[in-house]
Design a protein around this ligand. Structure first.
Ligand code: PCA
Length: 204
């Protein structure tokens, strides 16, 4: 099996993005499966260009996208991606879309095809605070999740895909009173997400 896991570059004035910091620390293979790690730009146009190419070329069995949700206290496994880009904060190339579709004429939403509940249970079983989230927002992370699921649907691929948000790391929270999680815990969480996705399980 081949797993594609992505993290994002920093955005919003942060020096790092814990999603990529954790992804980059993952092994290159686990349980007999190859893990391909990629860092994505925090740009609406970037993810819509890079992800379809990556998925069609690499043909992974599983796509796990990860990003930072600063302010959330736990790991959140996203259930749904919606066909909207709506942001007050500019992306990393200054684009501020308002009420625009990710893909014109495409479905309103896609559900994650990862075993969302099984992942949350496995994380909590490992004493890592985690929950299902019913919104990935309307910024670049939602656009990335939507792009991956839409690409897979249009190409008729069997690939499973979904998104996991992580809190700020402790380093990021030193200068602000926000919830944070140790990077080592986020790395362990991603290993569990990969292992549980490889095992499958019931859907959402
Ligand atoms: N989080 C942002 C985009 C990049 C990231 O790591 C989001 O939640 O949309």
């Amino acid at each position: 099996m081949k797993v594609l896991i992505t993290g994002f570059e920093p955005f919003g004035g942060e020096a790092l993005n814990p999603s990529w910091e954790a992804v980059s620390r993952l092994p290159d293979w686990t349980s007999g499966s190859t893990i391909i790690k990629r860092r994505l730009p925090v740009t609406f146009n970037g993810v819509r260009k890079v992800l379809p190419k990556l998925i069609v070329e690499e043909k992974p069995d599983i796509v796990i996208l990860t990003g930072q949700a600063g302010g959330r206290p736990n790991i959140t496994v996203e259930r749904v991606a919606i066909n909207i880009m709506d942001s007050k904060m500019p992306d990393n190339e200054g684009f501020v879309p308002e009420d625009e579709p990710v893909f014109e004429g495409a479905p309103a939403a896609y559900f994650s095809t990862l075993p969302v509940k099984a992942i949350v249970r496995a994380l909590r079983g490992a004493k890592i605070p985690a929950a299902v989230s019913n919104t990935a927002g309307t910024y670049v992370c939602n656009a990335a999740m939507y792009t991956a699921l839409h690409t897979i649907a249009v190409a008729g691929m069997e690939t499973k895909a979904g998104f996991v948000h992580v809190p700020f790391s402790h380093e990021q929270a030193l200068d602000k009173p926000r919830p944070s999680m140790a990077l080592d815990t986020i790395v362990r969480a991603f290993e569990i997400v990969v292992e549980t996705s490889l095992r499958g399980g019931e859907g959402f």
